[in-house]
Design a protein around this ligand. Structure first.
Ligand SMILES: [Zn+2]
Length: 309
């Protein structure tokens, strides 16, 4: 050892080596700092400095946390219509409970994924999910995702529960200030409760529902939402069961702030062992997903060809 460098730079051997090293040291010691000083003076004089004067960091309060938007799946063509599918509940909000430890949040996600998969298989429309895992979202975050993505349609999927009644089958809900019957009001009360943790309301929007004023734009959205609900009924017929009088209206908070057609679909009753058995079956969910996907595709195609205004 002790010959470091010489093996790689044989041309620097000999008596001239020390002299060249000395010149190199002078260059490094004086010329380079002078160059740096000159560049700095130039920037200081002209004021063209690339460094920001200061950095602002904002600490957002809890509850105002901006959440990342979910990915948009399906055709890359951004002119294709976009549906946002919302799996109800999630995380620390399990939703309704059913026989055998079934949780509404788990069934809702499985059903939402089935609709998503059917849409992606057809490849006609773009899809985004408000959640694709077991996470907690407050209701305004769900509708907020649809608004921020400029979605054309919003579908929230749930599994209903009733106490002491043997109701079965799917119900399609659209927004209304007042429920179309007591069962509809009960379903809305149940779904709206998810933003209340230990009796404290999150978001503070629940009280506003009763004061909701219908303007022309909202009236149009309601008409379109009703048309989509009717399509789910039509396309679902023969593929999954509906309850008696399946088209209902109620004051759902998750639909309230949306200015796009929106529907809340209770795929079945988690309080019904028969419905739970079906919703837990992969084959049943696949058929459900295909039928709902057809309703979505037909609705969005009709919106694309309908005159706007
Ligand atoms: Zn629910």
């Amino acid at each position: 050892m002790g010959v470091s460098g010489s093996d790689f730079r044989p041309n620097l051997r000999g008596s001239g080596l020390r002299g060249r090293m000395a010149i190199g040291a002078i260059a490094a010691g004086f010329v380079v700092p002078l160059l740096v000083l000159g560049l700095w003076l130039h920037h200081a004089m002209t004021g063209r400095t690339a460094m920001p004067a200061y950095v602002v960091r904002l600490t957002l309060p809890d509850g105002a946390r901006p959440i990342g938007l979910p990915p948009i799946e399906g055709p890359a063509d951004a002119s294709r219509p976009l549906v946002v599918i919302d799996a109800g509940h999630g995380g620390r909000d399990p939703g309704a409970g059913g026989p055998g430890g079934a949780h509404e949040k788990t069934l809702a996600l499985a059903l939402a994924l089935a609709v998503r998969d059917a849409l992606l298989a057809d490849g006609r429309v773009r899809v985004a999910l408000t959640r694709s895992d077991d996470r907690y979202l407050v209701l305004p975050e769900r509708s907020g995702i649809a608004q921020r993505l400029h979605a054309d349609l919003f579908l929230s999927i749930h599994a209903d529960a009733v106490d002491g009644a043997d109701a079965t089958g799917a119900t399609v809900y659209t927004l209304s200030d007042k429920g179309s019957d007591a069962l509809a009001d009960a379903a809305a009360a149940h779904e709206n409760r998810v933003d209340t943790v230990n009796g404290v309301a999150l978001g503070g929007q629940n009280d506003a529902v009763s004061q909701f004023l219908v303007d022309l734009s909202q009236q149009r959205m309601r008409t379109q939402s009703l048309a989509f609900a009717a399509l789910i009924r039509r396309e679902g017929d023969g593929h999954f069961r509906f309850r008696q009088q399946p088209l209902q209206q109620a004051a759902f908070v998750v639909l309230k702030s949306l200015d796009l057609p929106s529907v809340l679909l209770e795929a079945g009753y988690i309080s019904s062992p028969e419905d739970v058995r079906e919703m837990q079956s992969r084959a049943w969910r696949d058929e459900f997903g295909k039928a709902v996907a057809h309703a979505i595709e037909i609705f969005l195609a009709s919106q694309a060809t309908a005159p706007s205004g």
